[in-house]
Design a protein around this ligand. Structure first.
Ligand code: HEM
Length: 467
């Protein structure tokens, strides 16, 4: 067995590797970039330890991601969040991404069946209807925050396509609860102080979990009573068999909640980053507008329109390269093993970073340049372009997310110009899903408004060349 020492920075005095971990969590992107620049393809968060190891190159990504039996996802047992057995919290948390082994394989087959391309394409009409309703509420010269608007829209789309509810009616209560639950489940206080006493954030999380579970179960019961034939993802999941026993209601609670979480914040963040990139690249925005207006004329898009929008597709791919919403993700080694020349112990956390891999200059020349036309040629190796991860655990919603983003952007750009505030400060934020830290304030202008360059400040300037 090989055993080279994994390179990395010194552990902080007194705090050990936990000090480095805290620095990583404070600004993961900057910390990962520095590790990559200093140490190359693989680094430890703290030299001399292998509790947290980061991989950056396609070949190491492949070693980790292609072997999902050895490098597993965090599950209830390995999660930093305390989950009382038999609690609502533990049932809500039991989504596909938090499962491993045979249980994961069974659930993945069923979720994949519910998200098949031919099913997902049927959502185009609802997505366009909801996007048109959403942008119809805007008024000329209104001030909006693009990130907030995109979150509200992707939430409405998730409520309709995943749960089969109308967002303005039956879906209002459940969407509010889901949002509160998501904010609470990823909050540092709830994770760090799991104290079940009044006024503690953890108690609030447990209570929210009970309310949310009640509501999700009510939605499941309503879907069951309306019989097979529903086209939303929950109905399809409920009736999916694929040579496997169908999911029980307890199992559906976890999968429904996870699909909802997986689908909406990521897509909203990517839409916001894409609109920022277009606003700061007027030449590309003009070409996209020509393409969209030329194809749509006075009409609306649908699934069959999408192949006629190749530049918009390249713009989204390039945006997912520069700003992958999931900038990093981690796996846990199941047993003592080797990673290239390095030795890893059981339970080591192995982090991979689409953000850093996507900026390796030998893969993407002038990596910080927003250059959609780099996607004119050829397909990429899955381990060098991985906004949706890669291998047997790759995201099952990539097709839905790509379709949704194209349709939403086509509708929005066809109706309005969103003009960012001049000299706006944009910093990166978000722990699990990267997003503009303070949102993206903008003015709504008529679609006839000429496209002009805007100047942007903030640390986003280190993430993309803005001239
Ligand atoms: C831009 C939007 C999205 C991005 C960037 C994204 C990214 C990811 C990533 C990085 C993972 C982790 C994979 C791993 O464990 O290695 C994942 C998992 C997953 N995503 Fe997405 N996702 C997006 C949208 C969606 C949507 C719309 C859905 C469906 C509603 C979805 C469903 C899933 C599922 C089911 C998994 C779990 C796969 C498994 O563990 O087997 N995602 N996604």
């Amino acid at each position: 067995m090989t055993s080279e020492l994994i390179p990395g920075p010194r552990a902080l005095p007194l705090l050990g590797f936990r000090g480095n971990l805290a620095m990583f969590l404070r600004d993961a992107i900057s910390y990962l970039q520095q590790l990559h620049e200093r140490y190359g393809e693989v680094a430890s968060l703290a030299r001399g330890t292998a509790d947290y190891v980061v991989v950056f190159s396609p070949r190491y990504n492949q070693l980790v991601l292609a072997n999902s039996d050895l490098f597993r996802n965090l599950d209830a047992a390995s999660s930093p969040l305390r989950m009382p057995e038999g609690s609502s919290l533990s049932r809500l948390y039991a989504g596909l991404t938090n499962m491993n082994g045979a249980r994961h394989r069974r659930h993945r087959k069923l979720v994949a069946a519910a998200l098949r391309r031919r099913h997902v394409e049927k959502y185009a009409t609802d997505i366009v209807r909801l996007a048109e309703q959403h942008v119809a509420r805007w008024k000329v010269d209104a001030r909006i925050d693009i990130l907030t608007e995109m979150r509200a829209l992707t939430m409405a789309i998730a409520i309709k396509t995943l749960l089969g509810l109308e967002p303005d009616r039956a879906g209002t209560q459940v969407s509010r609860l889901l949002q509160d639950w998501m904010d609470s489940v990823f909050s540092v206080p709830a994770i760090s102080f799991p104290v079940n006493l009044p006024n503690f954030p953890y108690r609030r999380l447990l209570e929210l979990s009970e309310q949310l579970e009640r509501d999700v179960r009510a939605v499941i019961a309503r879907r069951r009573s309306s019989g097979p034939g529903g086209t939303d993802a929950l109905s399809r999941l409920m009736h999916a068999e694929e040579d496997e026993a169908p999911l029980t209601d307890d199992e559906l609670v976890g999968q429904t909640t996870f699909l909802f979480m997986a689908g909406h914040a990521t897509t909203a963040s990517s839409l916001a980053w894409t609109l920022l990139l277009l606003s700061t690249h007027p030449g590309i925005l003009r070409d996209v507008l020509d393409e969209v207006d030329g194809v749509l004329g006075h009409g609306t898009p649908d699934a069959s329109t999408l192949p006629a929008l190749p530049l918009l597709e390249r713009v989204i791919k390039e945006s997912l390269r520069l700003f992958p919403p999931v900038a990093w993700w981690s796996k846990v080694s199941m047993e003592d093993t080797e990673l290239g020349p390095y030795r890893l112990m059981q339970d080591a956390h192995v982090i991979f970073s689409p953000y850093v891999t996507h900026r390796r200059p030998e893969l993407y020349p002038r990596p910080n340049r927003f250059h959609p036309d780099r996607w004119l040629t050829g397909n990429r190796d899955p381990f060098e372009y991985l906004p949706f991860s890669a291998g047997p655990r790759m995201c099952l919603g990539s097709g839905l997310a790509m379709m949704e983003m194209k349709l939403v952007l086509a509708v929005l750009l066809h109706h309005w110009r969103l003009v960012l505030y001049p000299r706006l400060r944009v910093d990166r934020g978000g722990l699990m899903v990267s997003q503009p830290k303070h949102g993206l304030p903008a003015l709504v202008r008529s679609r006839c408004e000429p496209v002009r360059a805007v100047e942007i400040l903030g640390n986003v300037r280190r993430m993309v060349d803005l001239g």
